[in-house]
Design a protein around this ligand. Structure first.
Ligand code: G4P
Length: 531
């Protein structure tokens, strides 16, 4: 990722667009909140807490999903820190939304991985990390909850190196743990950071020292802890790789900070790390060519659509990652898929709980564009060039169920609701060639519950999901005549997806193998690019 391109314009170069990934409960919400606090976007901690708590139970989770305000304002947050502009993009916490998460990660240039110091690398951390790895995203690691009994520092680092196959370099080193946690030694700046236990929102004290032999250390650290710190650091320097920006930017090395989000400890250092070492807005790939952020003309792509944020207006917000140029409110942009011009009159940016009109945006920024359904995931907006951004996949669902309206007279309403959720990317909707009704496909079972609850809430339409005879879906492509022949013979298994593309539904993996043998010209795929 380290590039030798010409320097970016300062407004673009100061942007850092990233996501936080973690296993539930590791402290993502708390850390986000402290970021917003230090970024001046909120005045006091506690304003976004509702979100973390809401995740605790399924019903609360759904309730929160219905309170679109909270989750949407958290979808992408912008704030300034020192001379940087941070764009923090939220990733859905629950594993059932991995597809959404994947797409979100196409919109960022880096990720912060939060782990719990007592628990280390957990299942969801691992999964999300793999997604970042696919995109070679640079990762900063924050080992949280050091104010509690945690694991041995070398142990934690070893576990990350082994489980995630990434080199780890300590950016800071914890001094003591649990009740005896004093603070951390900042290896990148030779500083001592002391945790303030009295005030959770107060930033820790920083003491500049001239290395490990500085007598000032003894004023703050008990002799035994100091001895241990010196030994550990000596070992760390011998055993662990030194920080290399190049290795960090190409995704093969992660710097780790130790801290306590709830005590605001280590958070500013992590933010400094993101600012100083984190990647500038990166080039984006389109089918036609690569888009450089410094290009004069505006381009961007939709990576997420959220509907019914405000139940009074059936509006949707499409989240757009700006890929290049300097956008100004009111600009007319080409919506490449429909070949129509769109005047972007009311773009929004999100500052914690408030939506604000975005007067301008630069490459790297995320803006929300309210619309009535024209904008879909994968869509490109440009100043005239017909670009198609790549790398935003749609995954074959792993669970398929038949959906039925409680009131059969409302079938049309149901279709409308389903199409809307399909466009939002919340589910796949298939219309079988034979028979009536719809089959809905999702990646995780909780999605059915969330869908049922949203359809009822937003469309006053009670629905039931029932088992279907199918378990897999594959997109069908290939030479037209061959595909037609294949479709005619397999009508009972064919459906159209919400974009009108042909899909083969089956129950048996064996079926897919057989078709690949019998119809060598027909291709069955488990992903398709969204555009
Ligand atoms: P998540 O978004 O990753 O799910 O985690 P969240 O921030 O909600 O934090 C999960 C729990 O861990 C919360 O406790 C939170 O207060 C606690 N926590 C976060 N950072 C730290 C830390 O540095 N040290 C300690 N000791 N705890 C931390 P909870 O009891 O579930 O909620 P609450 O009652 O504190 O709100």
């Amino acid at each position: 990722m380290l590039d030798n391109r010409a320097p970016l314009p300062p407004e673009i170069a100061r942007r850092r667009t990233f996501a936080i990934i973690s296993h539930p409960d590791a402290g993502k919400t708390t850390l986000t909140e402290k970021f917003l606090l230090f970024g001046g976007a909120i005045q006091m901690a506690g304003q976004v807490r509702a979100k973390g708590e809401a995740r605790r139970t399924r019903s609360d989770f759904m309730k929160m999903e219905q309170e679109r305000g909270i989750s949407v304002s958290a979808s992408a947050m912008s704030f300034d820190f020192r001379h940087y502009r941070f764009n923090l993009v939220d990733t859905p916490g629950h594993s059932d939304f991995s597809e959404d998460t994947y797409r979100t990660l196409t919109a960022v240039d880096a990720a912060i991985m939060v782990i719990d110091g007592a628990k280390g690398v957990e299942s969801q951390t691992q999964k999300l990390f793999e997604v970042c790895r696919m995109r070679d995203l640079p990762i900063l690691t924050f080992c949280n909850k050091m104010d509690r009994e945690s694991r041995d520092t070398f142990d934690i680092i070893d576990e990350i190196q082994e489980n995630l196959a990434i080199d780890v370099t300590p950016a800071s080193w914890p001094i003591g743990m649990g009740r005896d946690f004093v603070g951390a030694y900042d290896l990148l700046h030779d500083r001592l950071e002391i945790m303030d236990r009295a005030d959770r929102n107060k930033v820790a004290e920083t003491i500049q020292i001239s290395g490990l032999d500085d007598p000032k250390l003894a004023d703050h650290i008990a002799p035994e802890q100091l001895k241990k710190l010196r030994e550990e650091l000596e070992m760390a320097r011998e055993l662990l790789p030194a920080f290399s920006r190049e290795a960090f930017l190409n995704g093969s090395l992660t710097p780790i900070w130790f801290g306590s989000a709830i005590n605001s400890f280590g958070v500013k250092e992590l933010m400094d790390g993101m600012g100083e070492y984190g990647p500038e807005p990166q080039p984006q790939k389109a089918q036609e060519r690569q888009i450089d952020p410094a290009e004069q003309t505006v381009t961007g792509f939709v990576f997420k659509v959220q509907a019914n944020m405000d139940p009074k207006h059936r509006d949707r917000v499409a989240f757009v990652r700006m890929a290049s140029g300097h956008f100004e409110r009111g600009m007319k942009l080409l919506h490449v898929r429909s070949k129509k011009q769109m005047a972007i009159a009311n773009p929004v940016m999100f500052l914690a709980a408030d939506r604000e009109l975005a007067e301008e945006a630069w490459a790297g920024d995320i803006i929300g564009i309210p619309n009535h359904g024209q904008l879909r995931i994968g869509d490109a907006l440009t100043e005239g060039e017909a670009l198609r951004f790549t790398g935003i996949p749609s995954f074959a669902p792993e669970l398929l169920q038949v959906v039925r309206a409680g009131d059969p007279m409302k079938a049309k309403h149901l279709e409308k609701a389903l199409m809307q959720f399909a466009e939002e990317g919340a589910a796949k909707v298939f219309k079988p060639m034979i028979g009536s009704g719809f089959i809905v496909g999702v990646v995780g079972p909780l999605q059915f519950e969330v869908l049922a609850s949203r359809i009822e809430q937003e469309y006053s339409l009670p629905v039931r999901f029932e088992p279907s005879q199918f378990t897999s879906a594959r997109w069908v492509s290939g030479a037209k005549a061959e595909v037609e022949k294949f479709v005619n013979v397999n009508k009972g298994h064919i459906a159209l997806d919400n974009d009108g593309d042909t899909v083969f539904l089956t129950r048996l993996k064996w079926d897919i193998d057989r078709i690949e043998r019998d119809y060598p010209e027909v291709k069955l795929t488990a992903t398709k690019e969204m555009m």
